[in-house]
Design a protein around this ligand. Structure first.
Ligand code: COS
Length: 384
């Protein structure tokens, strides 16, 4: 067993870390307050190759492995989870899904635009009545000749209003649950499609989250991403990638919470001594360190499984479940160590805490991950 990173992975870590600490982190607080970050940043990251890490070079990607991808998410997530979320959706949920399920024509047309950051993508699965219960799709696709007519609504769609291209899931046979689901890959600049930004989020305020509306939207049959009835498998296989992005980003949140806490503990004095002298503070720091290291190892293990080309659902669920819980705990401990200052946006912990909170909700709640893992252990499905 070799725990060291390859030269290529180390180079990625160095480059993305330098970029994120210089170009993202100093602005994270202002972007959080403003509720957005500059879209040009996506283009810039595309030019540096951060947007297509595991995509083959033939399609405009960087042709690297899943550990390198995890490192990119960790480093960007350390700086700003809003930017990381935008990146994760683009790379894990959209690009990798097109790579796995798209036709050669779809891959050649969409992937270079997404890898370069010229286009932004979104993943339209969640609906008001289809969150954890993802196969309960109310968006309907009705066939008319060689076209489909789409009607329905999506919610909580990251990149929603920014997206040039959307993967959209729909039901072709209402009542048939996952057996009738299909996925389309559609350009959004079209009649019948509308996106509206959602406001009032606890965290990830700088990332765009939208609602999508489909009103008699006409979609060509050639815009299908899979066969009829395969839509749910597309969604689940996409989440095997998406959850890796969330897990890696959470390692970044936890590491940032720890680094900020160590620095603060060394500098802040109470009773004439830096608070780092107090055993109760050291205990918090030790817990943060141990849990962050453990989360990182689970992420790397899941990435390694992916690199072998093996099915990664379980290791990814394990990593996502643990890392998202660790991010919440680490950010909470960081607030505790920072005391009153931890409650102010003058320091990072309160934003880490708000941004980290969503990680155990989106792309499958912690409870969904527990039930996926529980089903694997017992052979009994809680969903039947
Ligand atoms: N990759 C490929 N195919 C998969 C898969 C995966 N990871 N997981 C399941 N499938 C396939 C199964 O093989 C099965 O195919 P067949 O009908 O051919 O046998 C089909 O999909 C149905 O699978 P399953 O029986 O596991 O479906 P369930 O309804 O039991 O799934 C869970 C339940 C909870 C696992 C699923 O609904 C889920 O993950 N929900 C959370 C969704 C979520 O994360 N939402 C947030 C989205 S934010 S973008």
């Amino acid at each position: 067993m070799d725990f060291s990173l390859t030269e290529e992975q180390k180079a990625v870590q160095e480059t993305v870390r330098a970029f994120s600490r210089e170009k993202i982190m100093p602005h994270a607080r202002d972007w959080d307050v403003q509720g957005s970050f500059p879209r040009e940043l996506i283009r810039e990251m595309g030019e540096l190759g951060f947007l297509g890490v595991p995509i083959p070079e033939a399609y405009g990607g960087s042709g690297m492995d899943y550990v390198a991808e995890a490192i990119v998410f960790e480093e960007v997530g350390y700086a700003d989870s809003s930017v990381r979320t935008t990146l994760s959706v683009q790379m894990s949920l959209v690009e990798l899904t097109i790579l796995a399920w798209g036709t050669e024509e779809q891959k050649q047309y969409f992937l270079p635009k997404l890898c370069s950051g010229e286009w932004i993508g979104c993943f339209g699965l969640t609906e008001p009545e289809a969150g954890s219960d993802a196969s309960n799709q109310q968006t309907v696709a009705r066939k008319e000749g060689d076209e489909w007519v789409l009607n329905g609504q999506k919610v909580w769609i990251s990149n929603g209003e920014w997206a040039d291209v959307a993967i959209v899931f729909a039901q072709t046979e209402p009542g048939s649950r996952h057996r009738g689901m299909v996925a389309f890959l559609i350009e959004t600049d079209r009649p019948g499609f509308e996106a509206r930004t959602m406001h009032g989020k606890l965290g990830l305020r700088a990332s765009n989250t939208g609602e999508l509306f489909f009103t008699d939207m006409r979609v060509k049959d050639s815009e299908r991403l899979c066969e009829i009835g395969e839509g749910f498998k597309v969604a689940m296989s996409a989440l095997d990638n998406g959850r890796m992005g969330v897990a890696s980003g959470c390692v970044g949140i936890a590491q940032h919470a720890l680094d900020a806490s160590v620095a603060y503990a060394q500098e802040r004095e109470t009773f004439d001594k830096p608070i780092a002298n107090y055993q109760l503070v050291q205990a918090l720091l030790a817990d943060m360190h141990v849990e962050t290291e453990a989360a990182r190892m689970l992420v790397y293990k899941a990435a390694w499984v992916k690199n072998q080309g093996d099915k990664s659902t379980i290791p990814v669920s394990v990593a996502k479940y643990y890392s998202s819980e660790v991010a919440k705990r680490a950010a909470d401990m960081a607030i505790q160590i920072h005391g009153g200052y931890g409650y102010s946006n003058e320091y990072a912990p309160e934003r880490l805490w708000r941004d980290g909170r969503v990680a155990s909700l989106y792309e499958g709640t912690s409870q969904i991950q527990q039930l996926i893992i529980g089903r694997h252990l017992t052979g009994v499905s809680a969903f039947e």
